[in-house]
Design a protein. Structure first.
Length: 151
């Protein structure tokens, strides 16, 4: 039974990583869209938008929208995920960490989770169903579809 389950999980890993990438990218892009366009509750849930060019909010929102969309589509996934991870690390340490040490105390749970989720995506790659596959030659495409060996 264990061998059967292990075989199933090994085969499904690449698809589950793709689902993880898509969901994380979509949620991140929603944050950017809310800040830039005032949709989905607007900037910080208060309605409205972040003023164009305002540091760091507007730039963070652009990274959230563009990075989230690229990660969701699987296009330039590793680079987009790495930049998005860094953006969330900056947000955590510059906005949240000064208030209290733990994310649960300083309201930085989303920043911390996005930071680590994007770092995982940057290292594991896009998984299955990524647009990156269409822009590489066959040798690189085959490498993209190979599940990582976590042993």
């Amino acid at each position: 039974m264990t061998a059967l389950f292990t075989t199933f999980t090994q085969r499904a890993t690449w698809h589950v990583l793709a689902l993880f990438r898509i969901v994380v990218g979509l949620l991140f892009a929603c944050h950017g869209a809310s800040s830039l366009f005032g949709v989905l509750g607007g900037a910080m849930g208060q309605g409205g938008t972040v003023p164009t060019g305002a540091w760091p909010g507007w730039y963070a929102a652009v990274i959230e929208l563009a990075g989230g969309a690229l990660v969701m589509l699987g296009l330039g996934t590793r680079a987009a995920a790495f930049v998005s991870s860094g953006s969330m690390a900056y947000a955590y340490f510059s906005v949240h960490q000064g208030t209290a040490l733990w994310p649960i105390q300083n309201g930085g749970e989303a920043s911390a989770m996005f930071c680590w989720a994007f770092l995982l995506i940057a290292f594991t790659g896009p998984g299955a169903w990524a647009l990156d596959c269409f822009f590489f030659n066959e040798r690189e495409e085959a490498a993209i579809h190979q599940p990582p060996n976590f042993r």
